[in-house]
Ligand binder design. Structure first.
Ligand code: ADP
Ligand code: MG
Length: 322
């Protein structure tokens, strides 16, 4: 590396989002943080790898943004407020243009949510980025995947499938008209639903963020809650941009099985319905797509008929389908 490890940290990452609860930040052997006695610490970590989580060759700025976004999304799903993060950066080379772009995207989203980068690790290797994020939630107020009950309504924020369609636009080098640009933006710049998570922490019975695909992730929520779910394909939020560029079968496929949405999938008891149907801006639109059942697993229906799904979602270790 032309730039030393120390120079990389000093030049690109020592810049701070200042927070009074960071007693000691980057530069020592570890960070020291002030944690209030009346709050619980919430911690998550997510790694993104070139060629696995994003196509090699996308802008460094988008990669930096994304590394923070996927982590913020996990905290959103817990109903938590993010506060601090650490960054492990494995780089093939110390390219200054790349580092400047990466840091710009990373700090853009971190600053928006007042998250301070308090430490990390920098090493030479394949392009692998790990962010660990920490935040807080009030005692007994965190959301989990495990609280859904039969009869609860199943909701999704935003428009699932648009991110996967955006990835297809990038991979298939489709011409970038307005629809294509909207979809690629949804893939490259997911909006972590922090405010929605905060709103839901007193309303939802269960919640999780959707990263591997709606059906796969709903299956995980159902398994954790010990119940099943029934989804109505016709109730899925429609994406005009996706419908303009892709056949309707593919649109349903992206919505049900496409990953990378980073929307919040949640359940609410029917008597709390009013608290999620007319959310004040800037909270995203949330759409009821089904109900929790007493069985197990996720069943899809279209109108009154069962609907057979081609693809359910993403699993890193799944065996190749014959
Ligand atoms: P140590 O050898 O004690 O692990 P390092 O020399 O690796 O410390 O790191 C020096 C300081 O820089 C530490 O405070 C560490 O947390 C921070 N740091 C290293 N890499 C990064 C990074 N990519 N982003 C933010 N902080 C980093
Ligand atoms: Mg040390």
């Amino acid at each position: 590396m032309s730039l030393g490890e120390f120079d990389i940290i000093a030049r690109y990452f020592a810049k701070q989002v200042s927070r009074s609860d960071v007693l000691l930040g980057i530069g020592d052997d570890a960070a020291v943080l002030e944690v209030r006695a009346d709050r619980k610490l919430v911690v998550a970590m997510d790694t993104i790898v070139a060629g696995v989580h994003f196509p090699a060759g996308i802008d460094a700025e988008d990669i930096g943004y994304r590394a923070v976004a996927v982590n913020l999304s996990d905290l959103a799903a817990m109903g938590a407020t993010p506060a601090w993060m650490t960054l492990s950066l494995s780089l093939p080379e110390a390219n200054e243009t790349w580092l400047a772009g990466f840091a710009k995207g990373l700090f853009e989203l971190a600053a928006k949510h007042e998250v301070a980068l308090v430490g990390g690790d920098t090493l030479k290797g394949p392009l692998v980025i790990t962010v660990q994020i920490a935040g807080w939630v009030e005692p007994d107020r965190w959301l989990t995947r495990a609280g859904a009950q039969p009869g609860d309504l199943v909701f999704i924020s935003g428009v699932p499938g648009e991110a996967a369609a955006g990835l297809a636009v990038i991979q298939q080098h489709l011409p970038l008209d307005d629809s294509a640009r909207h979809l690629t933006h949804r893939f490259l710049r997911p909006e972590p639903r922090i405010s929605l998570g905060r709103h839901l922490r007193t309303v939802a019975s269960a919640a999780m963020d959707v990263s591997d695909g709606l059906l796969t992730d709903l299956g995980k929520l159902c398994a954790a809650s010990g119940c099943g779910a029934q989804i109505d394909i016709d109730a899925l939020p429609q994406s005009p941009a996706m419908q303009q560029l892709f056949a309707s079968d593919n649109c349903v496929d992206y919505a049900l099985a496409g990953g990378d949405d980073y929307e919040i999938l949640f359940t609410v008891p029917p008597q709390r319905l009013a608290e999620v149907t007319s959310l004040p801006a800037p909270l995203p639109i949330c759409t009821q797509i089904g109900v929790i059942t007493a069985g197990s697993g996720v069943e899809c229906r279209r109108g009154n008929r069962p609907f057979t799904v081609k693809r359910r979602g993403y699993d890193h270790f799944e065996k190749e389908q014959a």
